[in-house]
Design a protein around this ligand. Sequence first.
Ligand code: AHR
Length: 552
Amino acid sequence: MISRRKFLRNSAISAGVFSFTRDLAAVPAADSDIDSRIEILLEQPLGTISPNIYGHFAEHLGGVIYDGIWVGRNSKVPNVDGIRKDLVDHMRKIKAPVVRYPGGCFADSYDWRDGIGPVDKRPRRSNFWSDIESPSSPSSHKYEPNEFGTNEFIHFCKLLGSQPYLAANVRSLPAEEFYRWVEYCNAPSGSTTLAETRGAAGYSEPFHVRFWGVGNESWGCGGNFTPQDYAVEFRRFTTWVPRFGEELAFIASGPNDDNWEWTRGFLEEIVRKSPRQLREMYGLALHYYTWNLSRGRTRDWNEGKGDALKFDLVDWYELLRDAEVMDSLIKGHWQIMGEFDHEHHVKLVIDEWGPWYRPGSEATPGDILEQMPTLRDAVFSAMTLDIFHQHPEKIAMANCAQLINCLNSLYLAHEDKFCITPVGHVFDMYSAHQGGQSLRTIFSTPKINYERDGRPASFWGLKGSASVRDKALVLTVVNPSVSEPRVAAINVRGATISSGTVTVLTHSDIHAHNSFEERDAVRPQTQPLEMSGGTVTDSFRPASVTKIVLNL
Ligand code: AHR
């Protein structure tokens, strides 16, 4: 039996009554159809939603960097300084706040010095993932050409208006190399030899990198440490790192899933020296992949996985049930963190999340860990982001795994072909929440009942989140039912609505997805909110993600 760990080791308001029909035309819904209520409590703010929970993750893995992001300066693919232009344009549109790089497991085998200096002098190395690359994979996926390194990544971030988040190598490089990478990125122009090297490459001004991951999955591919041993490394790596005027934010490699022992063991060892050591830590990483769709039949990492495209309605609900687990992981790890960090100085950084299916649905055959995101993954992602909004005081950052051509991708690309996945559309819709005040929101709705392996099972009927910024209130709602619309009366206590819009992402086929051939099979549709006195009522279509923006 192969576990994931083993796998990695080895390798309101005013009035308006309306609804949508299947073809998205707005038609009035009768009050008698109402079966649900959504109550938004303006006077109960939960905290500010950090824009950084809308972060991304790009690893030197399969088609993420080469082909996905980097096409090269001389490519016929439209590019900005070698970076795919379509990608830059859409990431700017969704206000991508932060990108984590270069891994993932790759990070702990990477020497950052390989990726700087003149491109024709950079070495070619074996990629961490090369052993699982197929013989047909492009050579740049197996043997890292280092054409894309720190300079190119920082330039990519600049084009997007995003902050870089670099993950350092703890498993196979000494702490000194970590300090030197910080120096290369942040030392003032011309101040040190490394600053001069940076300047010679055309980047005289410092990169001002604030976020630094200290290793990745240090319980597995990042060194197979015990939590106690890793805590010692964390203390050593983060002690006396040159600041160069930056407020550095160190993110510790944290637990996978419900590994409470890791969180407890690590923090226990950190504070054993002195509770003041917590001051060196900005965040504790949490990784959560939804992968086991076997309904209890196996815990094997390969056998437990489901298919991205071939699934029935029980599989649909199974994935969404697993999305719910995120909420308990946030609460559980946060509680343990509080045992050691009473003031909760350290926040959660959920820097890898998303569904992980078995191989077979790749848009570009040969791209390892690439899968085809469908409407199911859009609903999953919307649910996850809604959960993040419930915990604004706990979560400082989150990074969907991964940005392009890998796992829960927002985008798929190959050569000159590019498309936005349903997940990418969710990030676009939900970007309106960034920086808003999260509001307590109560959903009252009938449950969904269905049969799971011969037994009755149920799932909630409607859920979502709301936030307000200036005079705009954003409500996002998921209807997980594969067949039933929900008609909800929406009430925002104590506010008057002047106007609004409704955006819906759905499809009559729960397997629907976008491809290079059919780029717009699943795309959001926006309509003005029709208001005519009374309460706002919306009919939430089956298998849908809805955003309602209300102008107060
Ligand atoms: O995202 C793919 C891999 O999953 C990452 O490299 C690793 O951190 C995780 O196990």
